[in-house]
Design a protein around this ligand. Structure first.
Ligand SMILES: Nc1ncnc2c1ncn2[C@@H]1O[C@H](COP(=O)(O)OP(=O)(O)OP(=O)(O)O)[C@@H](O)[C@H]1O
Length: 267
């Protein structure tokens, strides 16, 4: 599926996107445009709507009002099956749907065909080679024969990212990739995500986090949200301010930059 906007370099375009769930409005009038090769961090407190935003970006949720285009295709009234296969998406919800007994290599390779399970397909030598190479790149090569259900949290995170990359997506979305990792695991993952951000062949990237410390080096843009609405969005240099962060998290915060990394604490 090659579309006009995608060819023009626009990967995501949301305009006035509202999502309603009963009385709740996980997203309210959200505008967000992502251009090819940008690297976005989506920040906000619990319940801000970050996962709901990624779900629209992954073509898994269709807005109730407003318009959303993913890779140039409108989500309204469209069959999004093919579109979803062009977006790499790693989240705890994806992890929860993976059978515990599935081996890591099968899990990764099946993603090339858009499945969470093997379902009896025949995979070729090329698939296995690519799967192993990607696992090696993400420091998970030694886990190839392990069952997914036996992995630690950090190992799962790396395998899920590998799986999301296996289909060679044009857009990679990671929902809280560093959540639940110990300090060493977090720093290892952020280093790998920083390398991905610097890779000109990598897909356009967006990650969700609660913490500015988890923004990998090389990320170019930030979207902040609270109560389902965007509080600030744009290039890191203009959006990453203590004022924006304080308004987003609802408390006075001091934001500091140390080289390519950020940290924040209450004043
Ligand atoms: N199906 C649903 N029914 C009712 N409320 C929902 C539903 N889905 C999301 N919400 C509500 O919408 C709001 C945004 O949820 P969402 O999961 O997108 O936030 P989040 O920023 O990812 O939160 P967290 O950081 O805690 O994971 C929350 O208040 C949530 O309770």
């Amino acid at each position: 599926m090659t579309t006009e906007s995608a060819m023009n370099g626009q990967v995501l375009r949301m305009s006035g996107v509202t999502v309603r769930r009963g009385e709740a409005e996980p997203l309210r009038e959200v505008d967000w445009t992502v251009e090819e090769d940008e690297r976005w961090a989506v920040l906000g407190p619990n319940g801000a709507g970050k996962t709901s935003l990624l779900s629209v970006a992954a073509a898994q949720t269709v807005p109730d009002t407003g318009s959303a285009e993913v890779l140039g295709a409108s989500l309204a009234g469209a069959d999004t099956t093919e579109l979803r296969s062009m977006v790499g998406f790693a989240s705890s919800a994806v992890a929860n749907r993976i059978p515990d007994a599935m081996t890591v290599l099968d899990l990764v390779i099946s993603a090339a065909y858009g499945y969470l399970g093997r379902f009896g397909e025949e995979y070729g030598t090329v698939d296995y080679g690519r799967g192993r190479a990607l696992l090696n790149r993400w420091g998970a090569g030694h886990l190839a024969e392990r069952r997914f259900g036996t992995l630690s949290e950090g190992e799962r995170k790396r395998v899920l990212i590998t799986r999301a990359l296996m289909a060679d997506p044009e857009l990679l979305l990671l929902d809280e990739p560093a959540a639940g990792l110990d300090l060493g695991g977090r720093e290892d993952l952020l280093g790998r995500l920083g390398a991905l951000a610097d890779d000109i062949d990598a897909p356009t990237l967006a990650i969700v986090s609660h913490h500015v410390e988890e923004i990998p080096p090389g990320f170019t843009h930030v979207l902040m949200m609270r109560d389902g609405a965007v509080t600030a969005a744009g290039p890191v240099e203009s959006v990453m301010t203590g004022e924006n962060l304080s308004a987003t998290f609802g408390l006075e915060l001091k934001l500091e930059r140390d080289g390519k990394r950020w940290n924040a604490r209450a004043v």
